[in-house]
Design a protein around this ligand. Structure first.
Ligand code: ATP
Length: 446
């Protein structure tokens, strides 16, 4: 059972508290008591998540010739969700405890406790109801009248707008198979038992890529994308010892999939899915052909044959992977008898790349320190930190938010035109000429 917020491990509590305290992630609607399972990203959180999304977008589109981007609407024709099967089967089995009134996902209770005999919350026997199927899609109405004909859904995944735009993209971009379409965007699921901070929320972002292929190349591309996606995490510094493959058995496979494998990450609350790679066969384009009446087959003009493309999907949550990178980066250590908390984030992911600090707030340092700051601005998001506290305290605050480099301007700088660079991971300090500062840091950040 995924533990609910409030019952997560101490380490998770430390990470949640750092996120709040240092402006990464806040509870949504907090001054009104909070809205369950929705979170807001603060100034540093939005930078971190944007960096994760940019790293994905770069790897999946900019660095390749065979994948192009899309940004589809959250609202789509209801018929799409009938064709995709979501209206009928995008459900989870739900049970309620008649004693403590808590609600659970029946499959999670069975997975963790072997049966539905005992309530995982209050421990009472025989108080869980029979499982009922609950559809996870959020409903809303298009137009002023709330009637069935106007019912539409907030999309529960981004993938469907890629399928229904397959022909628009293929013809406008003159793409030959195999090729892919990538999209980053919001998705909504009315989860029965959300929890574990941003791991399972009701509003979240997905980064999905659908790769369109000839039918006989299913296995080849499924294996290829598994390799690519695993490597992406390693390239961003994730510790491989915290990663695991989880192949789906027949029971777990979604209605559209022939094969599926998840990437699991070891969160403080256990190994959990962060990404799914699915062999979806030609289910999607076949169903949309059937329901829309539009022929979505593809004509291969070299081989002179027509077929409905097969699809390999890679689907990762932007929020879940951001949380995984945060957990992976979080370290506590003792330095000179004091606890040091440091986020060892990969430099590409770190929200702030360089912090510039005048040693003291005395005005004679401010002019030089501001001009040093202006020099490093082009390196990415930087910060001018003349907040109170000793330089050591300020280093520790930057460690806590994962800033790779601090640059200190002191009184000697006024005479020797040199500054001190302090490294987050080694805590080593080196003196460098101001004239060379930007190129030195650019090389270190690359
Ligand atoms: P789960 O089994 O955890 O409910 P799923 O298998 O239904 O996930 P997919 O439909 O394959 O998930 O979605 C792809 C990815 O989207 C997931 O790997 C996850 O990273 C992300 N995701 C799905 N549901 C949520 C959610 N409620 N909150 C945050 N991220 C989510």
């Amino acid at each position: 059972m995924e533990k609910q917020q409030g019952a997560t491990s101490d380490r998770m509590q430390d990470i949640i508290s750092l996120c709040k305290r240092r402006g990464f992630i806040f509870p949504n609607s907090e001054i009104y008591g909070g809205l369950n399972a929705v979170f807001d990203y603060g100034p540093l959180g939005v930078e971190l998540k944007n960096n994760v999304k940019r790293a994905w977008w770069d790897a999946m589109t900019r660095m390749r010739d065979d994948v192009v981007g899309l940004d589809g609407g959250i609202l789509m024709a209801r018929r799409i969700w009938q064709a995709s099967g979501h209206e009928e089967v995008f459900t989870d089995p739900m049970v309620d405890c008649t004693n403590c009134k808590k609600r659970f996902r029946a499959d999670h209770v069975i997975e963790d406790y072997g049966s539905l005999d005992v309530c995982p919350n209050c421990g009472m026997k025989g108080t869980l109801t029979e499982p009922r199927q609950f559809n996870l899609m959020f409903k809303t109405y298009m137009g002023p009248v709330e009637e069935d004909a106007a019912l539409i859904y907030l999309r529960p995944e981004t993938a469907q707008s890629i399928y229904v735009n397959f022909q628009n993209v293929q013809t406008s971009m003159r793409k030959r198979l195999p090729f892919g379409i990538a999209q980053i965007g919001k998705a909504f699921r009315n989860e029965i038992s959300p929890g574990n901070f941003t791991y399972r929320t009701r509003e979240f972002e997905q980064m999905e890529m659908q790769y369109f292929i000839p039918p006989e190349e299913e296995e080849k591309w499924f294996d290829y994308w598994r390799g690519q996606r695993w490597q992406w995490y390693l390239d961003l510094g994730m510790n491989e010892a915290h990663m695991q493959w989880h192949p789906h058995d027949a029971k777990e496979l979604a209605h559209y999939a022939r094969a599926a494998v998840d990437v699991y990450y070891e969160f403080p609350f256990g190994f959990k899915e962060i990404e799914g790679i699915h062999d979806r066969t030609n289910w999607d384009l076949r169903r949309h052909t059937e329901y829309s009446g539009k022929d979505l087959s593809y004509f291969d003009d070299i081989e002179k044959r027509r077929y409905i493309p097969y699809i390999i999907e890679t689907s990762v949550g932007a929020d879940r992977s951001t949380l995984a990178f945060l957990c992976d980066a979080y370290h506590e250590e003792v330095v000179e008898d004091e606890k040091r908390v440091v986020l060892r984030l990969n430099k590409r992911l770190a929200p702030i790349k360089v912090a510039v600090m005048p040693l003291s707030r005395k005005t004679e340092l401010a002019g030089l320190a501001h001009s040093v700051h202006d020099q490093v601005r082009p390196l990415g998001l930087t910060q001018y930190d003349d907040t109170g506290g000793s330089i050591g305290r300020r280093y520790r605050r930057q460690d806590e938010i994962g800033t790779p480099f601090c640059v200190t301007v002191d009184f000697d700088s006024l005479n020797d035109n040199q500054v001190t660079i302090r490294d987050r991971d080694t805590m080593e300090q080196r003196r460098v000429p101001i004239a060379e500062l930007r190129s030195i840091l650019a090389a270190d950040l690359a």
